[in-house]
Ligand binder design. Structure first.
Ligand code: NAP
Length: 291
């Protein structure tokens, strides 16, 4: 990479930031397409976020990713926020449009894209069971509701927190929303009857790869699509068990990939080299991450 005065700079703000795979993915993509862009990670403390956002204009950054813990707090510092990002209450992508900072959320859309690409199925009118209602779940649930999923059934260990998301979804989208008690007997009836199951909790994530899956895989029907947002391991025990039953599965790396693909295309206006971005992520996952 040859950085000059003409190079367009994209950044990512987070804390911690050293584990982010986005610099690897985007720099490889810029290189592959011979684009004069560079993607640079910045470790930004909470108390410096406002200044750091203002410096996007000062430094002339073309765009930015925002990651934990700034995705929610950043909203008040932006000039405009997309409908999805406003509903989700979080921004992960910023475009600097001649000094106007526009915030987007490509996490939910990234998940949605990966689901379609990997399964060939469209979630519209489907019955979907979402386990966990944290930050990633919010993005996924709102995107699915906006894409007219037939019904979203949510469950969460902390019922009150889950209920709050269910209410927001019901009040702001046309989807049919239901909230059920975590690990209640009702869930045993729900699992075999839904079209799509999504684990948004960290259960099964490295190093706890052999922990019991969040739901009993025996209950899953073979024609159900099973998704896990976890990307290390590449396929969680839940996904492997679901595959054994004949289910189509969607590993979390797809969401990571496509949130980046969507950001790349917003910043550059160029079609992202998806296969190259995917390969660099998978190579890293299998060869560099502890597993
Ligand atoms: P978060 O905001 O902390 O939410 C975590 C969720 O998991 C909450 O609903 C929490 O329930 C639940 N949970 C945590 N531990 C649990 C346990 N032992 N038993 C049952 N439920 C439990 O985290 P997040 O940012 O949404 O991330 C969640 C997962 O998604 C992580 O594995 C993360 O790596 C993955 N993720 C993947 C991508 C991607 O691009 N593939 C992007 C973002 C996140 P309570 O409310 O009861 O605490």
């Amino acid at each position: 990479m040859n950085i000059t005065g003409k190079t367009k700079i994209i950044g990512i703000y987070g804390n911690p930031i050293e584990h982010s795979l986005s610099p690897l993915m985007h720099n490889k993509a810029f290189q592959a397409l011979n684009l004069d862009y560079a993607y640079i990670p910045f470790n930004i403390k909470k108390e410096n976020l406002k200044d750091a956002i203002n410096s996007i204009r000062t430094l002339g950054l073309v765009g930015l990713n925002i990651t934990i813990p700034h995705k929610e707090a950043v909203i008040t510092s932006l000039d405009e926020v997309s409908n999805e990002a406003r509903l989700i209450g979080a921004v992960n992508t910023i475009v600097n449009d001649n000094g106007k900072l526009i915030g987007y959320n490509t996490d939910g859309a990234g998940f949605y894209q990966s689901l379609i690409k990997l399964t060939g199925e469209i979630p519209k009118n489907k019955k979907i069971f979402i386990i966990g209602t944290g930050g990633a779940s919010r993005a996924v649930a709102f995107q699915l509701a906006l894409e007219e999923a037939g019904k979203l059934i949510l469950t969460n260990r902390n019922y009150q927190k889950g209920y709050q998301l269910a209410e927001e979804l019901a009040n702001n989208t046309k989807s049919n929303i239901e909230m059920v008690e975590f690990k209640s007997s009702k869930i045993e009836d729900i699992i075999p009857k839904v079209d799509i199951i999504i684990n948004t909790t960290p259960i099964g994530m490295y190093p706890n790869v052999n922990d019991d899956p969040i739901i009993a895989p025996e209950l899953i029907s073979p024609n159900t699509i099973v998704c896990d947002l976890i990307y290390n391991p590449y396929k969680t025990l839940l996904l492997r068990k679901a595959e054994d039953k004949g289910c189509k599965v969607v590993p979390g790396i797809g969401m990571l990939l496509y949130q980046g693909v969507l950001g790349f295309e917003k910043w550059t206006g160029v079609k992202a080299p998806v296969e190259i971005m995917e390969k660099v992520l998978i190579d890293f996952l299998f060869n560099k991450l502890p597993r």
